[in-house]
Write a protein that binds this ligand. Sequence first.
Ligand code: AMP
Length: 387
Amino acid sequence: MPATILPNSTIGVFGSGQLGRMFAIEARKMGYRVHTFSPDADTPAGHISDVETAASYGDLDAVREFARAVDVVTFEFENVPAATVEAAAEFVAVHPKGQVLHTTQNRLQEKTFLSSNGFPVAPFHHIKTLDDLHRGVLDLGTPAVLKTAGFGYDGKGQRKIGAVGEVDEAFVGLEGRDAILEGFIDFEKEVSVVCARGQDGSFANYGVIENEHRNHILDVSFAPADVSEAVFIEAVEITRSIAEQFGYVGTMCVEFFLTGSGKLLVNEIAPRPHNSGHLTFGPCVSSQFEQQVRAVCGLPLGSTEFFRPAAMANLLGDIWSAGEPDWAAALAVPGVSLHLYGKVEPRPGRKMGHLTATGARVTEAVSLVRNARELCDSTKPREPREE
Ligand code: AMP
């Protein structure tokens, strides 16, 4: 029987960004206390937490002290070192388990896990030497995508190799890091499935979400995705089966490429709530963050039902570059909600918040959320408003 951690208990979270913040909001709503651990202070998750520990992940004494004070531990950030997870696990249950983090925090291990278990992925090669890269490009052709094995997200540590002549320079750019070379997928769209798996093996999912990226960063997501029933069923089944293989407990997201011929390829697994699932926070009965709380505490999963079709637009620091965004203009758009993460410095490319919108149809939700973002963007010309 799973150990149930009841409200009024304390949940520990590694990582302190916006995912931890929204998790903490949901945990507090349900009467839990939240302690966060990350190298930083005054963080998005720390603002909502009862206790914020600012210490390095390598400071295992601090990790043990943190773990002793909580009833269960989870993550909002997958690049927590294995030793940190093991130190916490000496005292308290950790969900999802360290092995899952170990696999998903390294692209080579993740791709190897996926392909050896029969899940569809883009063709790839492990790159350690310049020779490997030359052979890889010869085999996969150009363009191809070179990605560092560790610490990659939002296109970080990634470059496209457009021609054989770029191979030497691309290899130098790796600065000795392990990498993978992937065949370039000429996809029609990118989609994701956000799911939750409980300690009793129960499974819940939000169906297929469609994602549009800009400069490798998620820009707009909407659900339901415009995909065929066969694609829908296959995407959910692949996700369920990955969660099962991992013995997963918590919220997880699988990102896919969908080709023009209807073939799904897994691009990445996020062992945590995901940016594309932000549109579940408000528009759904139970958000992806509430599911994480329920799963790690051994409670039944909630309903993933959408009240209405939903869309989400990220708010990057760029829209602050000509001043504070016009929040009143965005919030005047019907059906729109504002989420800001409490970050003070709006750097270009930095995720500062997001907008969600619901509509009678998904196309309406998308146009409302885009319109709201356009209206608040400080770099766009503004209509003079009546005083
Ligand atoms: P990633 O950091 O692996 O999630 O990649 C970020 C984005 O780069 C993806 O969402 C895609 O838009 C693009 N991308 C990554 N890998 C490939 C690939 N093999 N073929 C085409 N586009 C890719």
